[in-house]
Design a protein around this ligand. Structure first.
Ligand SMILES: [Zn+2]
Ligand SMILES: [Zn+2]
Ligand SMILES: [Zn+2]
Length: 167
């Protein structure tokens, strides 16, 4: 299990196989708890979303499946992604129309994202109380918030180091 402390440190060099196996283990536990079925197809799609920390689009997932010799119809992939979204196993990165695995599913949270323009990685962070403050301020204005999307773009530490000096 990834602990809260590892969230936000994921862009550093690490053994990504652990990220994938942890994600699958968490998904199995969560589905069992929710009485939901992590079918072979759903599990495979989750694995593909977790291939990296960069968000992937539904079409890319479809392409990866095809490369594995699995002939999946687009609706199958969309339905699997919907299931994963519904159970909080993946999040949707709105500005990229893509999906990324959640490192802490099973806990209600409103996440914010750091999106790297260099390598494409997305890091989920959770600023305590931020979502609530937005809701409170919105309510003062008589606005009912349905969803919040907070995505910050920039360069991760690794990409800053590899950027040419003076650039
Ligand atoms: Zn990783
Ligand atoms: Zn999350
Ligand atoms: Zn980067």
């Amino acid at each position: 299990m990834a602990t809260r402390a590892t969230v936000g440190l994921r862009l550093k060099d690490h053994d990504h196989h652990h990220c994938i196996s942890d994600a699958i283990a968490r998904a199995e536990m969560l589905c069992q708890r929710n009485g939901a079925r992590l079918t072979e197809n759903r599990r495979r799609v989750l694995e593909l979303v977790w291939q990296s920390h960069a968000p992937v689009g539904a079409y890319e997932v479809l392409e990866m499946l095809r490369k594995d010799g699995i002939r999946a119809a687009p609706p199958t992939v969309y339905r699997a992604l919907e299931f994963l979204l519904e159970h909080g196993l993946v999040h949707r990165i709105e500005t990229r129309n893509a999906f990324v695995g959640c490192p802490q599913p099973g806990q209600a949270h409103a996440a914010q994202y750091l999106l790297c323009d260099g390598c494409g990685d997305a890091v989920e962070i959770e600023i305590g109380g931020l979502a609530r403050r937005i809701e409170t301020r919105a309510a003062e204005l008589g606005f009912a918030v349905a969803t919040q999307t907070i995505e910050a773009r920039g360069l991760c530490s690794r990409c800053q180091q590899s950027a040419p000096a003076g650039a």
